[in-house]
Design a protein around this ligand. Structure first.
Ligand SMILES: Nc1ncnc2c1ncn2[C@@H]1O[C@H](COP(=O)(O)OP(=O)(O)OP(=O)(O)O)[C@@H](O)[C@H]1O
Length: 376
């Protein structure tokens, strides 16, 4: 069992900065969990604590039933005794060893016989497509090749827990895509528990079975990627996950125009009191031009088209609703031009309603869920 559990974990650095606050996080056995969040939110610190490279200031970290850190009982297991595979941004290959010897290193420490060691190291190098570099030294490799060697070094020892900190950051776009697929395949094959730090939401959304979003040292939400996208638990997650980001409009008093229209709609439809803001994803915002009318139960508002940005397979339309700029994304030519006036609309179940403190008002979801999804 390689589930990882962090309970009440705090990390305060010697200068006094609190990088991680009271973190409770359960990483399921065999999951591919991405820690996602803006720069400085505490992702790397969290991963380094799981690896044993940093010690928490408070709290407990366990893998399965094994306690690795328990600050109040003075328990701390050093990194080399945690049996985890690590690949960090600075992949720290040994400069005086060839690529092959670097990849064999962990196996040598585990006293694997020479022939088996070589075979496993070469297999790991083939997996990440740098087998032809086996006899070179790290200084003779590109940054991307070094990163792949670091991945091979980790894979060769076949650990049950893999900790990866932006391991694809030095690769070009094509190789990055290939390595994502490769890592997903490796995860499926080995069943290892993977914890992957990234600030790239596409990377998180495409690879992860679970995404944990952090902000300013605090965990915001943990959920499978689709659920995170469709039901963000608070305003921060709603605006952080998705590109272009969700349009979010504050609906606090005093109200006029767009905010008033949204507030009246939300109140009438679900009888909610005191929502703080309402959001709609760009692809959920539809345009009705000319004689087309929005569906009767939809929310709608008049909008002025400001710009239309075609991108081959989609169009991004910038709209002005009263004084608010919003974005709509369509996958068919919207047939509008700057200066046009259109009605934009959204189905009730595509609106996200948040309270004044930013938390999701699930009463809205319950009131507007399409038939058959009410129990979700
Ligand atoms: N050794 C340290 N001493 C003091 N403060 C630190 C130390 N390491 C990190 N920090 C601070 O802790 C906070 C969290 O840093 P961390 O590296 O965990 O963030 P991150 O989310 O991984 O960011 P990035 O995506 O930029 O790597 C930051 O404000 C950072 O400046």
């Amino acid at each position: 069992m390689s589930a990882i559990t962090l309970s009440g974990v705090v990390k305060q650095y010697p200068g006094g900065h609190v990088a991680v606050r009271d973190l409770d996080l359960a990483i399921p056995d065999g999951s591919f969990t991405c820690l996602l969040g803006p720069s400085g939110c505490g992702k790397t610190t969290t991963l380094r604590m799981v690896a044993g490279l940093e010690q928490p200031t408070a709290g407990e970290i366990r893998v399965g039933d094994r306690v690795l850190d328990a600050v109040d009982r003075g328990v701390y297991v050093p990194p080399e005794k945690r049996g985890m595979g690590l690949v960090f941004q600075n992949y720290a290959l040994w400069p005086h060893l060839t690529v092959l010897r670097n990849v064999e290193f962990g196996l040598r420490m585990r006293k694997v016989p020479a022939a088996a060691r070589r075979e496993r190291a070469m297999e790991a190098l083939r997996k990440v497509r740098v087998a032809e570099c086996a006899d070179r030294y790290p200084s003779q490799l590109s940054g991307g090749q070094q990163q792949r060697v670091a991945l091979a070094r980790m894979l060769a020892v076949d650990p049950e827990v893999l900790l990866l900190d932006e391991p694809l950051s030095n690769l070009d776009a094509r190789l990055r895509l290939e390595m994502r697929t490769e890592l997903k395949r490796i995860h499926d094959e080995t069943g290892a528990t993977v914890v992957f730090v990234t600030h790239d939401q596409m990377e998180a959304m495409t690879m992860a079975t679970h995404v944990a979003v952090m902000n300013e040292g605090e965990l915001q939400q943990v959920a499978p990627p689709v659920e995170m996208y469709e039901r963000p638990g608070n305003r921060f997650v709603a605006e952080f996950v998705g590109s272009p980001p969700m349009n979010v409009v504050a609906v606090a008093e005093p109200l006029g125009g767009l905010a008033g229209s949204l507030l009246r709609y939300v109140e009438k439809r679900a009888g909610l009191s005191a929502p703080g803001c309402v959001g709609v994803r760009p692809e959920a915002l539809r345009l009705a031009a000319g004689p087309d009318a929005p569906p009767a139960d939809a929310w709608s508002h008049e909008a002025a088209v400001e710009t239309v940005l075609p991108a081959g397979s989609s169009w991004t339309v910038q709209l002005r609703l009263d004084d608010t700029e919003v974005f709509a994304v369509t996958h068919e030519d919207p047939g509008v031009a700057p200066g046009d006036t259109v009605r934009c609309w959204a189905r009730p179940d595509r609106l996200h309603v948040f309270a004044a403190d930013g938390t999701r008002m699930t009463a809205w979801d319950d009131a507007t869920a399409p038939v058959g999804k009410a129990a979700r």
